[in-house]
Every structure is written in C-alpha cells, then in structure tokens.
Design a protein around this ligand. Structure first.
Ligand code: AP5
Length: 215
C-alpha cells in the first residue's frame, strides 16, 4: 500500500500516520521528522534545511528530493509506505510520480485531512513532543501521564522551535499557497480521499482507515 497524508500544519498528520502505518504494516516516512533528525545531527542536509524550517518556509526541492529518494530506496519501503509531509508542492508530486512509475509502483491513495485554521493555531500552541522518540502530545487533548515527560522513554518533552505563533502563521500561508493545490492535483488523478480531522484521535483514525479500505 502506498499512501500519502496531506493537510495543514497541526492537522494531526503525524498523530494519525503512526497509527495508520501500523494498521497497514508500512513504514511511516515523515520528511519533517527526517529533517529534524538531520538538524540535530548537524548533517549536510540538516544545515541546508534549517534556515527555511526556522522561518516556516519550505526546504528547497533539491534537498527534499535527495533525502526522500534515499529513504524510498531503503528495503522496508519497497513494498509500500505512508508519506507524511511529502509532497508539499506540485513539483514534488510530479517528481514522486516519476520516481514511483519508474519503479512501476504507483500510489494507492492520498488522504487529505481537513482542519480549520483556528483549530490548528490552538493545537500547535499546545503541542509538545519527545526529542528522542518523536512521540506527539498535546497539553490539553493528549497530555503525558507525568507533565512534561515522555510516557515511552522518560525524556523531557520540548516545544518545536517552528511552533512559535509568528512562524505558524507563515507555515499556514505556505500551506494554502503551495500545498493546497495538491488537493486538485490528486483529485484529477482519482486518488483523493477527504477526511474531517476534527474530533477524537480514534474517530479520525477510523475515518481514514475506512476511506483506505474503500479505495
Ligand atoms: P512537518 O514536520 O511536516 O510539519 P507540518 O506539516 O507543518 O505538520 P506538523 O508536524 O506541524 O503537524 P501534524 O499535521 O503532523 O500534526 P500533529 O500530529 O503533530 O514540517 C516541518 C518543516 O519541515 C516545514 O515547515 C518545512 O520547513 C520542512 N519540510 C518538511 N517536509 C517538507 C517538504 N516535503 N518540502 C519542503 N519542506 C519540508 O498534531 C498537532 C497537535 O494536535 C498535537 O499536539 C496533537 O497531539 C494534536 N492533535 C492531533 N490530532 C488531534 C485531534 N484529532 N484532536 C485534538 N488534538 C489533536
């Protein structure tokens, strides 16, 4: 199964992607997570991505595509994957189509998660995450058992540096300007499924799973 989750920042893509990837037994590939790991490790990719990420803008396509191509070449992604945060532009979608068709392995479905901007702003303000395992929390809707500490590995939770309100405003604008056109792009290719992303996490997960089962 080859699946893409698309949606605005804070729509719950990361939260849902882990669950859906497990259900369908495919690796969860999140370009944002890959970039954050590269930034922490101060790799060449991390250094090339950091400035754009800090401003809430998109990392240049050549950097994204080089990193994604290498990840899709790994053995666990051969039979399928769930992409979270990629593609984000029509140029990236075209590049992905070329990569997949060259390998004769087209996409199965693209799930667009819809959440209004005002809900996003509040979700992101309350998001905390584990810098080690990446687990995502929310101070009001999904708090850690011990405040500020990861349930899985006991690490101290952090707020992402691009979750500051002014950066979130830029990320939302970038989404509407550059990523939203992908909705029409994938609708035209008969791959699009749309899901309401507001409601309990388990309900949103069930909506996504239902769409994928019916594809
Ligand atoms: P990335 O990490 O992909 O960030 P994003 O797309 O902005 O998405 P987020 O991670 O902010 O949100 P999410 O939808 O995963 O929501 P989450 O599950 O955490 O990208 C970061 C940066 O990297 C980009 O700005 C860019 O610079 C760069 N980048 C990455 N990919 C790129 C690409 N392809 N091209 C170019 N640049 C790229 O949930 C949010 C909060 O809401 C959490 O607190 C969660 O607990 C809570 N929540 C989730 N679901 C629910 C629910 N149903 N009800 C209530 N609360 C909920």
């Amino acid at each position: 199964m080859r699946i893409i989750l698309v949606g605005p920042p804070g729509a719950g893509k990361g939260t849902q992607a882990g669950r859906i990837a497990e259900r369908f037994d495919v690796p969860h590939i999140a370009t944002g997570d890959l970039f954050r790991k590269n930034v922490s490790a101060n790799t060449d990719v991390g250094r090339r991505a950091k400035a754009a990420m800090d401003r809430g803008e998109l990392v240049p396509d050549d950097v994204v595509l080089e990193m994604l191509r290498a990840r899709l070449d790994e053995p666990d992604a051969k039979a399928g994957f769930l992409l979270d945060g990629f593609p984000r532009t029509v140029a990236q979608a075209d590049a992905l189509a070329t990569m997949l068709h060259n390998g004769d392995s087209p996409l199965d479905a693209v799930v667009a998660v819809r959440v209004p901007d005002e809900v996003i702003v509040s979700r992101i303000a309350q998001r905390r995450s584990c810098p080690v395992c990446g687990r995502i929390y929310n101070e009001s809707t999904h708090p850690a058992a011990i405040p500020g500490v990861c349930d899985a590995d006991g690490e101290r939770l952090v707020q992402r540096s691009d979750d500051m309100p002014e950066v979130v405003r830029t990320r939302l604008k970038v989404y509407h300007d550059q990523t939203e056109p992908l909705i029409a792009y994938y609708r035209e290719r008969d791959l699009l499924r749309t899901v309401d992303g507001v409601g309990p996490v388990e309900e949103v997960e069930a909506r996504i799973a239902k769409e994928l089962a019916e594809r």
